[in-house]
Design a protein around this ligand. Structure first.
Ligand code: SF4
Length: 404
């Protein structure tokens, strides 16, 4: 056989197992009938209309916070209900009606992320409440600074739904609280007085739970600071309440463009048709979309799953940016994987998918000391050797001429 055809046949073998898995995963995405069934069930339970369901404010105000209501939608066993009841006394639960339809129709990968579990209580004394030392790296209230030129600005503790593994669990408290605008003034003042700060990540909680007016004010204030070059918004709203992406919101984003929107997506089943449409609207508003994914045990710690997720995100205009090693947060140890597994997962992506589909795998160091990016080892010998020996994505060792 011609050498190039032989190589082509060889390459095909690498991708065949994934093509089979992709077919299976594509089918799992298609659950429109189940979505409608659960949506109608929720509407009946809450005595609401389809128009209510399409309103983001309704979604936010009707988040499921009690076991009693939850049990009317999800077919949970008595022991599971008791487990949830006990866990929510330790850390509150809030699940939007939209997300609940996804939980009900997609099952484990979503329910493990959002439903309280007894493991949280079991792991309560392991890990730290604030592993990133945010409290100690906060020069003024609501600002966290870990690097010389960028800061995090926390504007709310409210999220469209609460993820059980959240690094800011400690801030969810028991009430919803947007930071009043006058309380953000010291933060704006700090950024203004530090012209070296050029990049602001607006986060929370989820900043897209703010009203249009509040968000507009914050973006306007930041754009008025001459040294601010980049504004990023971290959000999970397109996944949990995609109705939030309204024409009024996209108009605001367009006004302050370019705005970098960093979505948090962990599993392909979070990419609903509604989420895709929300991202299309964000994209058309001029927002630059990227994603971060937390590596979660028994949820997405699977090479095929991650490959599928990252390719799916790229196909809708989202560049996978970070794959985070899960932090050691009190009550969440059951979500963590070994660091070596993360490196091997990234290794499994090399060569078999576009470079754009491969995020940086990062570990956040304790004490607010920043991120380290981990990559698979590819150099077999040392930099002083000639030739250098590299291992390629197929595991072949290839000599490469060093200097001279
Ligand atoms: S959306 Fe983000 S901030 Fe909110 S609970 Fe989830 S991970 Fe935490």
């Amino acid at each position: 056989m011609d050498e190039s055809l032989q190589r082509s046949a060889e390459l095909l073998q690498y991708i065949q197992p994934f093509m089979k898995e992709k077919e299976h995963l594509n089918k799992a995405q298609d659950n429109a009938a189940a979505f409608l069934e659960y949506r109608n069930k929720i509407l009946t339970l809450l005595n609401a209309s389809p128009q209510d369901f399409d309103s983001w404010k309704w979604q936010l105000s009707k988040r499921f916070t009690s076991v009693d209501l939850l049990s009317k939608i999800l077919p949970l066993k008595t022991e599971e209900l008791a487990e949830i009841e006990e866990s929510i006394h330790h850390h509150r639960m809030a699940i939007s009606p939209f997300l609940l339809t996804r939980l009900a129709s997609c099952g484990t990968p979503l329910s493990k992320q959002f439903l309280p579990s007894a493991l949280e209580i079991l792991n309560e004394n392991f890990g730290e409440l604030d592993p990133m030392a945010e409290e100690k790296t906060s020069p003024v209230p609501h600002v966290t600074q870990r690097y010389p030129d960028r800061v995090i600005l926390k504007v709310t503790n409210i999220c469209g739904s609460y993820c059980r593994f959240c690094q800011r669990r400690r801030e969810h408290g028991c009430i919803d609280l947007h930071v009043p605008s006058e309380q953000l003034e010291p933060a704006f003042d700090y950024i203004t007085k530090h012209p070296e700060i050029r990049d602001i990540l607006v986060t929370g909680g989820d900043p897209l739970t703010l009203s249009d007016r509040q968000l507009d004010q914050i973006l306007q204030r930041l754009r008025q600071i001459p040294s601010v070059e980049m504004i990023r918004i971290g959000t999970r709203m397109p996944i949990v309440i995609p109705q939030r992406i309204t024409p009024a919101l996209t108009k605001i984003l367009r006004k302050y463009a370019p705005i970098y929107i960093n979505l948090h997506v962990n599993h392909p089943l979070e990419v609903s048709p509604e989420m895709k449409e929300a991202c299309r609207k964000l994209f058309l508003s001029g927002a630059i979309l990227g994603s971060q994914t937390v590596l979660l045990k028994d949820i997405n710690d699977n090479p095929m799953m991650l490959r599928y997720l990252f390719q799916l995100l790229l196909s809708i205009g989202i560049k996978p940016y970070y794959l985070f090693h899960a932090k050691d947060i009190a009550g969440t140890r059951h979500f963590r994987t070994p660091v070596e597994q993360g490196v091997n997962l990234v290794k499994s992506l090399r060569g078999v998918t576009s470079g754009l589909a491969i995020p940086h795998y990062v570990v956040n160091l304790p004490g607010g000391l920043g991120k380290v990016a981990l990559a698979p080892q590819v150099l077999v010998n040392g930099f002083e050797d000639n030739p250098l020996l590299f291992t390629n994505w197929e595991g072949k060792t290839i000599p490469y001429p060093n200097h001279d």
